[in-house]
Every structure is written in C-alpha cells, then in structure tokens.
Design a protein around this ligand. Structure first.
Ligand SMILES: *[C@@H]1O[C@H](CO)[C@@H](O)[C@H](O)[C@H]1NC(C)=O
Ligand SMILES: *[C@@H]1O[C@H](CO)[C@@H](O)[C@H](O)[C@H]1NC(C)=O
Ligand SMILES: *[C@@H]1O[C@H](CO)[C@@H](O)[C@H](O)[C@H]1NC(C)=O
Length: 440
C-alpha cells in the first residue's frame, strides 16, 4: 500500500478552505501542469504558492521553474533527543534556516515523559513532522512506540522533494508487524511493499527501526536485525529506462494520520484496519490517539564525491529528470526573507517574516494559506476535503488527557494555537483527501 505521503502525488485541486478564507483556492500543480509565475512553488500537497510552499516538499519538477523552490539544507549528522519542542516550528513560523529548527511540521506534537508524542485529537488529521535538513543516502534510526486502533496509521519515512520515498508504516490493528515500502518519484507500484514481523507489541514496547540507504541498496532493520533488503540492481524499469530506486535528498518525516477516516475510499479504510473510532480507544482515555517517538539518529552518507555528499550548504536540482546525477551540492543559501519570497526572489520582504503571510495576495502556507489572525478559532477548514468533521480544532486533549503537562507545549510559546492547528490540519487534510481518491 502506498504511504501517507505518496498519496499526495495525485494532483487534484481539492477544495478545502473554510468560509473564512479571503483567497481563492491555490492553483493545483502536477508534472504536466506547472505552477504559474505569481505562485511559482508546487508544495508537497500539489498546490501552488510562495513562502512556505517554496521550502521543504517543494517539487521543482512541478514548479514554475527549476529554481522556484528554495535550495534544501544538506545532511547533518545528528541525534535528535525528541525530549523538547524548542527546536520544532510550525510551518507557518519557519523560513528555511536549519540553524533555528531541527523539525518543522503541522498538527499537535507534545512532550510526555521526555519523548515526543504525535497526537491526533478527535476528527483531526493528525500530526506530521519533518527534519529541516535532507539526507542524500545514509542511515536513520528511531525509537518508536506506535499508535493503535482501527484506522490509525503511524509512519516513519524518508521523503524527497521529487517524491522518492522509503517507508516504515504501522497500521493500528496490526501491532505485531511493520509494513515497509519504497517509491521512485512517486510512481505507484504495489509490488514494492513488504512486511517485517516485530518481536513484541509495537504500541506497548519500544523498538528501534532503522533505514540504511546507499546508492546500491536499502535495508530496513528492526532492533538491529535486517528485516528486508532491496537492491538497486533489482529495480530497472525498461519502459522508462531508469532505476526505479530512491536516489535524491530526502527529509525524515514522522507522522500520525487517520487512514480510516469515514470519508476515505474503501481501499484506504480497509488497509488501515477499518473506520476510525473517534469516541473510543485512546480518545476516551487520553483525549487523542498518539504515537511516541524517542531518540532519532541521522548518520549522513558522507560520500567524498557525488552522489551522496554533504560538503556544502544546500542541494538543488539542475535538471528536471531529478535523478542522482542532477543533484548539486552547492553554496546557495536556503533562507527566505519573508513568506512572500520564493527561490528566485529569496530576499523579497513583504513584512511577513514573523506572521504567516498576513499581507500576501497569494498563498504562502501550504494547506490553505489563510492569513494569520483571520481564522476565528480552530477547526473551520480541516473537514473540507477530508469530510472528517469539524477539523483538527478540538483540544480535548487538554481537558481529559493524562498527559496534561503537554497542553502548553506545542509551539512552545503559548501563541495562537488555534490558528496553527487550523493551518496544519487543512494542509494535512489534503493528503488524507487525496488518499481516499487514489483508492477509488
Ligand atoms: C502485509 O500485511 C498486511 C496486513 O496483514 C497484508 O494485508 C499485506 O498483504 C502484507 N503484505 C505483504 C507484501 O505480504
Ligand atoms: C516504469 O515506468 C513507467 C513510466 O514512468 C511507469 O508508468 C511504470 O509503472 C513503471 N513500471 C513499473 C513496474 O514500475
Ligand atoms: C547515478 O546512478 C547511476 C545508476 O546507478 C550510476 O551509474 C551513476 O554513476 C550515478 N550517477 C552519479 C553522478 O553518481
């Protein structure tokens, strides 16, 4: 089955904004439908805009020009303790400087007992976090306790801006195995998946999951044991004359999302173990579904010559083929001056550096781009495409959860969380909405 992220490749203009939006829906983008000049960047979710649309996930093949997306920060060896949200930023507050943040995301992460929880409150679309730097091959391992329940999906993946992808995914009714998968440029291939059994319950017990990725093979390990190997040599596609093997710089992404949303297609719901129960399971006890991430370690490939180097500042693509030999390890900078800036106009300053594109006339935050402050309360928009109800807004977690110390954590500053939640939820809702369509 395709992963959470691959489903976002189907470029449909999913209408998802609530009535509060002052802008029209952002234009959609695809390989044969590049973004227009005034909204040049094609986001991970297949929609055009500026600002955050031009950062992580921006697909140069679908953008106005190859250089519309901002260059991507190179790999850094690092152990992320995951015991604090100090170096996490909502995407509405991040402009591309990896020195400022390790993780950028949408939804509601929280800290509990020194680990990071990805939460999914009732009728929300969950939480997704991605690293601010990119791995061009290398190893990444994570200590994970998955979520559980029908329709609840936990994911730990590598995802490149041109949709190369390597996955671990856990379905919440199947706590004794992990599903693995890989994609080349987002091209669906249902033969790419494989399961690995896990020695004990993935919800109750910590296990360590690792991806070892070289130019020649991918290994998926559980608790230090290789559970699956895929060699590049096995992936030749004679139709396209290419190795259908992940080969471009990728962010580490961790997420919790509702595969079993009632409005999703039957194929998705079945794969996810059935319709999600918003009144039962961990919602009843804690106020949300949750997956727990402990320490995550990234070890760069550190090649001496391309592919797989991380000698300079940033990666960019010099050819639309987006294969291993078109990635340039360069000195180009990665930071935008404002949410109105783009890869070709990085120093453009419309005064929105701190406020999520308040004055922008085009979308600047993927998933709707509602200007901050114009979204009254939470939960007005997430249900739009997912049909999942009233959005991510319900903050039930804070009243009912045993994890009460986490209530003030997300975002760190006690800022207007309802706005963040709505923006985040609507962006992630695109993924979920499209997930449904792929399985029609
Ligand atoms: C993996 O496990 C799931 C759930 O049991 C099953 O539906 C699927 O067919 C398995 N995939 C493979 C490749 O065996
Ligand atoms: C080979 O590549 C073509 C063109 O991208 C694609 O349509 C096809 O699905 C690929 N075949 C396999 C087996 O992945
Ligand atoms: C890219 O991959 C191809 C196929 O494996 C390989 O022959 C080539 O040397 C690689 N290109 C670079 C720049 O490493």
């Amino acid at each position: 089955m395709p992963s959470a992220m691959i489903r976002s490749i189907i470029p449909l203009g999913v209408a998802l904004l609530g009535a509060t939006s002052v802008l029209a829906d952002p234009p959609s983008c695809a390989l044969d439908k590049k973004c227009p000049k005034e909204a040049p960047c094609c986001s991970q979710y297949g929609q055009c805009g500026v600002g955050a649309f031009c950062l992580g996930g921006c697909d140069p093949r679908m953008s106005f020009s190859l250089d519309s997306c901002a260059p991507a920060p190179v790999c850094k060896d690092k152990t992320y303790k995951m015991d604090s949200l100090d170096r996490y930023r909502d995407i509405s507050k991040y402009l591309g400087d990896p020195n400022e943040a390790d993780w950028v995301g949408q939804g509601e992460p929280a800290i509990y007992n020194g680990n990071t929880l990805l939460t999914m409150p009732p009728k929300s679309v969950g939480t997704v976090l991605a690293t601010t730097t990119y791995m061009w091959y290398g190893n990444v391992k994570a200590k994970v306790k998955t979520s559980r329940g029908k329709g609840v999906v936990t994911a730990f993946i590598l995802f490149s801006d041109v949709k190369d992808e390597i996955d671990f995914e856990w379905v919440g009714v199947d706590l004794n195995q992990v599903q693995t998968n890989y994609y080349f440029q987002g091209i669906p291939n249902y033969d790419n998946s494989g399961n690995i059994s896990v020695s004990s319950n993935t919800f109750d017990d910590w296990h360590e999951y690792e991806i070892q990725w070289t130019p020649d093979e991918i290994k998926w390990l559980v608790d230090g044991q290789v559970g699956r190997t895929k060699k590049k040599s096995e992936t030749w596609n004679a139709t396209s004359n290419q190795w259908a093997f992940p080969q471009t710089p990728a962010r580490v992404q961790i997420s919790l999302w509702p595969g079993g949303l009632a409005s999703n297609a039957k194929g998705t719901i079945d794969w996810a173990g059935g319709e999600i129960d918003w009144n039962g399971g961990d919602i009843k006890t804690y106020g949300y579904y949750f997956a727990t991430f402990g320490e995550i370690t990234v070890q760069c490939y550190n090649a001496q010559s391309p592919p797989g180097t991380n000698k300079k500042t940033s990666y960019y693509y010099n050819n639309i083929a987006a294969t291993n030999d078109t990635v340039v390890d360069s000195d180009k900078k990665t930071v935008l001056k404002s949410f109105g800036a783009t890869g070709t106009n990085m120093d453009y300053d419309d005064g929105t550096a701190t406020g999520a594109g308040a004055s922008a006339s085009v979308h600047s935050i993927p998933g709707g781009g509602q200007p901050a402050g114009q979204v009254p309360g939470g939960g007005t928009s997430a249900g739009g495409s997912s049909g999942g109800g009233s959005g991510a807004g319900s903050a039930a977690g804070c009243q009912t959860t045993g994890f009460s110390q986490s209530c003030n954590q997300p975002g760190g500053s006690g800022g207007p969380r309802s706005v963040d939640r709505t923006l985040g939820a609507s962006a992630f809702a695109i993924v979920v909405g499209i997930a449904g369509l792929l399985f029609l």
